[in-house]
Design a protein around this ligand. Structure first.
Ligand code: NAD
Length: 421
């Protein structure tokens, strides 16, 4: 079982403390980074299709903007909480600092189950939330992006609502208020698959270092949404077959491997893997015990506790999701010598291409997919090399190395800038 007393923010604070000690971050900087700068909680009404009004609770947590505007996803999920968003917003600060992207960290969301609402209701919830956020977001201040339960359509609704809140003459300069938009509305080629693509670049670097030939290998993937489905499709191109997967409706296994494109199409139409004809239904326990070479968690946090970590029969874990291991799961994997490529590094391809989208919007440019892919590959491989080198030099985990490199940048910037006034 995963940990029921799990507190995501406390877990992330633990990593921060360990890395801050390693880097020698001064106490006042540590104190500033220990809490978000702003925590915004908004209650707003939305008209439902049947004419009734319903209240919703939305959040935007702005952790830090020392290195650039606040940046981070918006999550629409019934489990959204202040604690989770504080953790996720701080992780965005570490991710952007590690990737040397001129952004800070933020995260937000609305607490509801998007599967229970019509498309028209989703649009009104998104627009009303954007209106309520007002000038707490902006292209040079705080730039949301997709996360669980949100997608390019959600981003376009936000962009359009935000644009309509400014003067006519300034409208078109507002596109960069969100990233992860559709291509027609100012999105970047390669953004949708970017998180999974970045994770797979880390995997290929790890494979090179460990003389691990990916061709013919197998993977299990928890979550088959944006990150999980793209990971399966990119892995297939490298000769890796996905033999088990699962989502909020259950788990499936297929010894010959799933056809990622067909399964993605099924999920697109039906909202989950439920009812897909290929493969056999298995339990969550059977999923984690499936023997495979690679495990990619791509669903929620706190999914791998001690029991799941004991059950896993794989050579490497790549964290597509944020915080998928809880501390007991992490301890067990470390004791078993199973390497973990941590979230802050492994899933930073999403924010990296979001940055490319933002730059394209500000310059009124459109890059082609090859250009985006080339830049992302270089950025991911460089980050992987830096993290790996640091971990070996200091004898720490890849996670603490990733946090430490992020903290090195922040510590330096605070030292140079000082504290106002
Ligand atoms: P998504 O909404 O597209 O997909 C989420 C998947 O998780 C779905 O398949 C859903 O059914 C599954 N899921 C939800 N609850 C579950 C449960 N209790 N058990 C098993 N599966 C469950 O979201 P996504 O964008 O793919 O995000 C997945 C993870 O990746 C999140 O942790 C997110 O923060 C992280 N992430 C996403 C991006 C991005 O660009 N989308 C970037 C960085 C990190």
């Amino acid at each position: 079982m995963t940990d029921e007393k799990y507190e995501f923010f406390r877990v992330v604070q633990g990593y921060l403390d360990e890395a801050a000690t390693m880097v020698g971050v001064p106490p006042h900087v540590r104190a500033m980074l220990a809490q978000p700068k702003n925590e915004l909680i908004i209650h707003f009404p939305v008209r439902m299709d049947d004419g009734t009004m319903k209240m919703f609770k939305g959040y935007r947590i702005q952790h830090n903007n020392l290195l650039g505007p606040y940046k981070g996803g918006l999550r629409f999920h019934e489990s959204v909480s202040l604690d989770d968003l504080k953790a996720l917003s701080s992780m965005m600060t570490w991710k952007c600092a590690l990737m040397q992207i001129p952004f800070g960290g933020a995260k937000g969301g609305v607490k509801f189950d998007p599967r229970k609402y019509s498309e028209a209701e989703m649009m009104r919830i998104t627009r009303r939330f954007t209106h309520a956020l007002g000038n707490n977001i902006g292209p040079n201040y705080d730039i949301p992006a997709p996360d669980m339960g949100t997608n390019s359509q959600t981003m376009v609704w936000i962009m359009d609502t935000y644009m309509n809140s400014v003067d006519h003459s300034a409208k078109n300069a507002q596109r960069a208020v969100v990233t992860g938009k559709t291509l027609t509305c100012g999105g970047s080629p390669g953004r949708t698959k970017a998180t999974a693509q970045g994770a797979i670049h880390c995997l290929t670097e790890w494979a090179k270092d460990n003389r691990f030939d990916l061709e013919g290998k197998t993977a299990i993937i928890q979550g088959f949404g944006n990150v999980g489905s793209h990971a399966a499709n990119i892995l297939a191109k490298l000769g890796v077959s996905t033999i088990a997967t699962g989502d909020h409706t259950g788990y499936k296994r297929s010894t010959e491997g799933f056809n990622g494109h067909k399964l993605s199409e099924h999920v697109r139409r039906h909202g989950s893997i439920e009812g897909y004809e290929g493969g056999e239904d298995i339990s969550r326990e059977e999923f984690f015990a499936t023997k495979a070479d690679i495990f990619i968690p791509a669903a929620l946090e706190n999914q791998v506790g001690a029991a799941e970590a004991e059950a896993l029969d794989c050579s490497v874990v790549i964290e597509g999701a944020n915080g998928p291991l809880n501390p007991s799961g992490e301890k067990v994997l470390a004791a078993r010598g199973i390497p973990v490529i941590p979230d802050v590094l492994a899933n930073s391809g999403g924010v990296t291409v979001s940055y490319y989208e933002w730059v394209q919007n500000l310059r009124s440019e459109t890059w082609d997919l090859e250009e985006v892919d080339r830049r992302l590959e270089k950025a991911m491989k460089t980050a992987y090399r830096r993290v790996n080198f640091y971990a070996q030099e200091k004898g720490c985990s890849l996670r603490i190395a990733a946090y430490s490199l992020a903290l090195e940048s922040l510590k330096q910037a605070y030292a140079e800038r000082g504290i106002f006034p």
